[in-house]
Each structure stands twice: as structure tokens, then as C-alpha cells.
Design a protein around this ligand. Structure first.
Ligand SMILES: Nc1nc2c(ncn2[C@@H]2O[C@H](COP(=O)(O)OP(=O)(O)O)[C@@H](O)[C@H]2O)c(=O)[nH]1
Ligand SMILES: [Mg+2]
Length: 449
């Protein structure tokens, strides 16, 4: 991907986040109605998170997190990348207690933050899972460190991390402990992991790398001139160049686009949570609103004597209901989107609303006929009223269904505006070239609706 393209992706992501933030920050503006104050408080964590994400975009820092079971050499691999022993390593469990991060500047083009984590088997159950999710969510690239054939726990953790939809490199560490033939066999096994549950195809060469981050010292025999023989331990340099090269290649090729996409995926999640919280907080008011419109619609449709006009006025009421709901929730929504939502709802709740439409026409025609003939025959007024009552009941129920469905679609739809996170994600994914990690992730990332 060209530099230009990557910059464009970053800019699109920034614009999207800024728009979202300015929209929701309006909730707190003094001029706004006071009933929004409670919402502003409720949405604070998500807004802070959106701010932090935007900040990260502005500083162009790419985060790489190391995951793995205890003592696989997570800290050692990060040290080897850094070329310095900054993170503590050791044979005992629990050397790394909390996620820690270190700056790595391998070139002046990219800023990288390396995140070291405790072993996935070191801390208990739910806390561990939460920690892993939090760190994985923030990371732009994941290094999963193993040191040989993988265990069931490792496989489970790997599957779990894949769900975070981030590029992942499987790092086979401690290869110095394996004779060449064994090492190749393990490598092939690891490669085939991809052929099972994980992905459809074997892992690609840039998705799995052999390293020796802190090779075991070698015992060397030293013969002194006087004939004395001694044994000494000699430290070997780490074997890490290939991993470093792969990381740098990925980051140069698509680092900024990865950053943009991750920010957008986080924004999309935050926006969905915001929408859900808003809908929950406005539950009672919404219920009232929906009933009010159901009554309007019943009256408008029931009393309208012209068959086609009542269908139209029914639709107008439905649209007004959708717009009032979006206003109540303070969710981004234009007239065009309201019409699209209504269309989607009409399709998805098909049979009921088709029923409404059909009965509208039948009873509407009945009503019209009754009106036309009632001049001669006053008895037809009863016919008109009979049709009107049935029809308005159905219409009211239809409005109720539309209102309920609109809540669901408002929640999903708030990220689909012109600069909405989902829209920009689709745009970026539509442009990624074939030889990128992003292209491989496209299926998962784009799968949003
Ligand atoms: N033989 C060998 N030992 C290693 C290698 N990398 C790390 N170790 C050792 O494995 C142990 C655990 O390393 P550490 O980085 O603390 O693992 P972590 O718990 O995953 O962070 C330490 O004693 C390291 O010296 C390697 O490439 N080869
Ligand atoms: Mg460690």
C-alpha cells in the first residue's frame, strides 16, 4: 500500500472519530435540554475511550502485544527485538505480573509500543480473560509466543485471540533447544494449525517465525597454553532478525492502515455501546412515544376515506415516529436514513406489514365505497365505521411494530452514516491489495451486519 493510501486511511479514520465525538459532545453543551445530562454521565467511559483512540491515531503509535503461556519467552522475545534487556525474564512463574509496555523505535518512520503480558495461564480465570481481551483490543498486531508443539490451552487461547480480529504472528521461540529435524517437524505442525479450525489454509510464511530470544548458554571447552583444560559458559546472540524484519515489513506496508482500521473497529464498538445505553436509558419515554404514534396512525388511517391516501399517511406517521425516536435518543440520523430504516423494517417484518398494507387496501376501498354510497344510503356509515375500526387497529399495531424494530435498527444504524465507523471500515477494506494482512482479515473485519 502506498504511503499516500495509508495516510488517506488515517485521515478518514480521524475524521470519522472526530465527527462521532463532536456529535456526542453536544449532549453536554449548556444549551442542550437538561434531560441529556444523565446521558452524558452514562456515556462518559465510551466517550473517553473514543478520545483515547483518536489520540492514539494522532500520535501514530502502533501497538504490538506479546501473548503466550508462562515461560514461553514473551519478555525475552520483546527484549531481543529491543536489543536490550529491559523486561525482566526468568524461569519462575509470575515474573511478569501486569501488562507492561516499552517504546521501540526501530526506524524514524514508525513509533511502536511493545506490550508485555503475564502468561495466559498465570492469573486466574475471568481476570485473565479480561486482561487478555483488554490488551488485545488495544493492540494493532499480536505476537503469540510458543516454544514447541502447542498445548490444548495454547490452542484455546490462540482461537480466543483470533476473535479480536487483529493480525497475529505465531512466534516459535527457543528453537536453539531443538535439533534441526525436530525443529522442522514442529514448524510443520504449527503451520498446519491453520488448516484446522483457525483458518481455512495453512499459516503463511510471514505468519509463523522461528526465533531464539535468549538461547541457552553453550558450554565450551577451553584449552590453555599450559595444557590446563577448563569449561566455560558462553552466551550466544539471540536469533531474532527474521521476526524483526517481518514486523517492519508489515508496518511499512500497511501499519498506518492497520492503525486506522483498529481505531475504527474500536469506535464502532463504542458507538454500539453508546446506542444501547441510550436506548436503555430512554426506555420509558420511547414506549410512550411509540404508543402516541400508534394512536395517531390508527386515527389517521382509520378516518381517512381515500384508499391510497391512508396508506400514504400511515407511512408518513411511521417515518415521523422513526425520526422522533432518533431525536429522543440523540442518535445520528438523517431523513434519508430514516426512510432506509423504514424500508428495512418493512422487508424484515414482512408478513405483518404486508398484512397491514393488504387490509389497508381492502378496508380502505370498503371505506371509500361506503363514503361514496352513503349519500344515498345512510346505512353505509356503519360500513365505513366498521372498516375504519378494524383498519385502525391493524395500523396502530403496525406502528407499534415499526417503533420496536426502529430501536433495533437505530442501534445498528448509528455507525452507518457518511463518516460512520462502519462505512469507513468498508471503504478502507474495499481498497486493500491482495498481498496484505489486511486483505486476509477482510472477511472477518467487514462482517458487521
Ligand atoms: N533456551 C532458551 N531459553 C529461552 C529462550 N527465550 C527465553 N528463554 C528462557 O525461558 C525462560 C522464560 O523466559 P521469559 O521471557 O521470562 O518468559 P515469559 O514468562 O513468557 O515472559 C527464561 O529463563 C529465559 O531465559 C530461548 O530462545 N532459548
Ligand atoms: Mg514475562
Amino acid at each position: 500500500m502506498s504511503n499516500n493510501q495509508q495516510e488517506t486511511h488515517l485521515n478518514r479514520a480521524r475524521a470519522s472519530l472526530r465527527q462521532t465525538l463532536s456529535w456526542y459532545n453536544n449532549l453536554r453543551k449548556p444549551g442542550q435540554s437538561s434531560h441529556n445530562n444523565d446521558l452524558a454521565g452514562l456515556l462518559k467511559p465510551e466517550l473517553e475511550m473514543l478520545n483515547a483512540t483518536l489520540n492514539k491515531l494522532d500520535h501514530n503509535v502502533i501497538r504490538i502485544a506479546a501473548f503466550g503461556l508462562v515461560s514461553r519467552g514473551k519478555s525475552a522475545v520483546l527484549n531481543a527485538l529491543l536489543g536490550q534487556k529491559i523486561l525482566q525474564t526468568g524461569p519462575l512463574n509470575g515474573v511478569t505480573q501486569y501488562p507492561r509496555s516499552v517504546r521501540w523505535s526501530p526506524s524514524d518512520k514508525v513509533q511502536i509500543e511493545l506490550i508485555d503480558t503475564p502468561g495466559l495461564d498465570e492469573i486466574a480465570g475471568e481476570i485473565r480473560a479480561q486482561m487478555a481481551r483488554d490488551v488485545a483490543q488495544q493492540a494493532d498486531l499480536i505476537l503469540f509466543i510458543v516454544s514447541g508443539d502447542i498445548t490444548r490451552t495454547e490452542y484455546q487461547a490462540l482461537l480466543e485471540l483470533r476473535k479480536s480480529q487483529k493480525p497475529l504472528i505465531l512466534v516459535f521461540n527457543k528453537v536453539d533447544l531443538y535439533p534441526d529435524t525436530d525443529r522442522e517437524a514442529v514448524y510443520r505442525n504449527l503451520q498446519q494449525l491453520g488448516a484446522g479450525n483457525l483458518l481455512e489454509k495453512p499459516l503463511q510464511p510471514d505468519e509463523i517465525v522461528m526465533v531464539a530470544a535468549e538461547p541457552a548458554p553453550l558450554e565450551v571447552r577451553v584449552e590453555y597454553p599450559d595444557g590446563k583444560v577448563d569449561y566455560e559458559w558462553e552466551n550466544l546472540p539471540p536469533k531474532i532478525d527474521e521476526l524483526r524484519q517481518i514486523i517492519l515489513t508489515i508496518l511499512n506496508r500497511e501499519g498506518r492502515s492497520l492503525l486506522a482500521l483498529n481505531a475504527l473497529v474500536q469506535a464502532r464498538e463504542a458507538e454500539e455501546i453508546i446506542a444501547q445505553k441510550t436506548i436503555d436509558a430512554r426506555d420509558e419515554a420511547a414506549e410512550e412515544l411509540i404508543w402516541k404514534y400508534a394512536k395517531y396512525k390508527a386515527v389517521a388511517v382509520g378516518l381517512n376515506p381515500v384508499a391510497i391516501l391512508d396508506v400514504i399517511s400511515g407511512t408518513i406517521v411511521d417515518l415521523a415516529l422513526i425520526r422522533s425516536l432518533s431525536k429522543l435518543y440523540g442518535l445520528p440520523m438523517t431523513g434519508y436514513e430514516a426512510a432506509k430504516i423504514l424500508q428495512t423494517i418493512l422487508f424484515s417484518s414482512g408478513s405483518l406489514l404486508l398484512g397491514e398494507l393488504a387490509t389497508s387496501l381492502v378496508f380502505g376501498l370498503g371505506k371509500s365505497a361506503a363514503v361514496v354510497t352513503s349519500a344515498d344510503n345512510p346505512g353505509n356509515i356503519a360500513g365505513f365505521l366498521g372498516s375504519a375500526v378494524v383498519q385502525s387497529g391493524i395500523a396502530g399495531y403496525g406502528a407499534y411494530t415499526v417503533g420496536k424494530a426502529a430501536q433495533v435498527y437505530l442501534k445498528k444504524g448509528c455507525t452507518w452514516g457518511q463518516f460512520g465507523a462502519s462505512t469507513v471500515i468498508q471503504e478502507i477494506l474495499a481498497q486493500v491489495p491482495k498481498d496484505t494482512i489486511l486483505f486476509r482479515l477482510r472477511q472477518e473485519l467487514g462482517n458487521t451486519k
